[in-house]
Design a protein around this ligand. Structure first.
Ligand SMILES: Cc1ncc(COP(=O)(O)O)c(C=O)c1O
Length: 397
């Protein structure tokens, strides 16, 4: 709708007038995307190293994803969960065949996938151990979403403070601290929720000993282990699921973000043992598992589970690491990464760098104040990494 006139100042003014201000937004309006690039209403190209926060894993407007959406939307877009449809069954089957899981519950976002997992864990404990086993252990620097259950396991004072009281029964342990977790995971705990690789909290990678110990401790007290792979799953780390790096399997796993190919989806994957306690009416979602998003997700999953793209993620991750390490600046304190999930910790507040990135035509993310986060689409090539690092060098200069 912006053929001759640039409407972006008007759109930005109207945004502040009509849209609730829960997000600070960049000072331009995006109109289209293709591959590694997004274009604003002036036609300026931006190299995307954020993937819409780990969503556009196949880049923008992947032709196969677009075709699947168009075809399914033309055939059937919604009937609700009172009826059978083909796409959500086929997607659930694919997810189970490709993971530890036996069953899937579909919703529409990451936070909803987490809510479902927490509810299922409480019901499992009630059915298998009786009342009283309702405690949940989560970790410092973890992020699980902003609905009440998800917020309650997201130990960030800034996010929680205005909204108390939260869901009771949550205790927070330091991440990667085996002894502290062992102390907290007792017989009253029904679930432990953890990101194998923390995203929003600053890109912190769990140690194998830590996840192994959580698995052992959960088994000992009859608690369920929930892996939140909403950000680190779907090939981001060079394996389809981050837990594959560890040889530790969860009882439940939450997915969202990249799975939907740009459309909203949440998925809670679970074992048959957990599924056995859930009955009709225990949980639900009007839109969850809709035909259009599930068709798109099938295409995404098929493409991302291909060993070739996973190998490409490993190769590009190594190349990006090499290039980042070669940047000549005293400001980089540490680089933490797995595959194409990268955190560059600086000795200053990195948030102003995002604006400088826009000027250079580069989309970057932060994770907290001091960590620059790079989450390029998994289709990134060396030339894009070279361009990103050159722009970063210019910015840091
Ligand atoms: C690990 C993790 N869990 C949960 C969420 C919440 O997902 P959503 O924003 O789709 O509710 C996020 C979002 O950033 C996330 O990174």
């Amino acid at each position: 709708m912006t053929d001759a006139v640039n409407l972006s100042p008007e759109i930005i003014q109207k945004e502040s007038q009509y849209v609730l201000g829960t997000y600070p937004r960049a000072p331009f309006v995006f109109e289209k995307g293709e591959g590694m690039y997004v274009y604003d209403s002036d036609g300026k190209a931006y190299l995307d190293f954020g993937s819409g926060i780990a969503v556009n894993a196949l880049g923008h407007n992947d032709p196969d994803v677009v075709a699947s959406i168009q075809e399914q939307a033309a055939q059937l877009s919604h009937v609700c969960n009172l009826y059978h449809t083909v796409p959500h069954v086929e997607l659930a089957e694919m997810l189970c065949n490709l993971s530890f899981a036996d069953k899937v519950f579909f919703s529409n976002s990451g936070a909803e996938a987490v809510e479902a997992a927490l509810k299922f864990a409480r019901k499992y404990a009630l059915k298998t151990s009786g009342p009283g086993k309702s405690g949940i252990v989560a970790f410092e620097d973890g992020f699980h979403g902003r609905t009440y259950g998800a917020l309650s396991v997201t130990a960030r004072e800034k996010y929680q403070a205005p909204f108390r009281p939260l869901v009771p029964g949550v205790t927070i342990a330091p991440f990667n601290d085996i002894a502290a977790a062992r102390q907290l995971i007792g017989p009253d705990i029904c679930a432990v929720i953890v990101e194998p690789m923390q995203g929003e909290g600053g890109i912190h990678v769990a140690t194998p000993e830590f996840l192994t110990s959580l698995r052992e401790q959960c088994d000992q007290v009859g608690a369920l282990l929930i892996f939140d792979e909403i950000q680190c799953g779907m090939g981001r780390t060079g394996k389809l699921w981050a837990y594959e790096h560890y040889g530790v399997k969860p009882d439940m796993m939450t997915l969202a973000k990249a799975l939907g190919g740009g459309l909203p989806i949440g998925a809670t994957l679970l074992t048959d043992a957990v599924a056995a306690v859930i009955e009709p009416g225990d949980h639900g979602s009007t839109f969850g598992g809709g035909p259009v998003v599930c068709r798109a997700a099938q295409v995404v999953l098929e493409k991302i589970s291909d060993p070739e793209i996973l190998a490409h993620v490993v190769e590009m991750g190594a190349y990006l690491a090499e290039k980042l390490l070669a940047i000549d600046t005293p400001h980089i304190q540490e680089i933490r990464m797995s595959g194409l999930m990268v955190g560059v910790e600086m000795d200053f507040d990195v948030r102003p760098l995002l604006g400088k990135g826009y000027a250079e035509g580069l989309l970057l993310l932060n994770a907290g104040t001091n960590v620059l986060r790079l989450l390029p689409p998994l289709i990134v090539e060396k030339e894009h990494i070279d361009a990103c690092v050159a722009a970063l060098e210019a910015i840091l200069d």
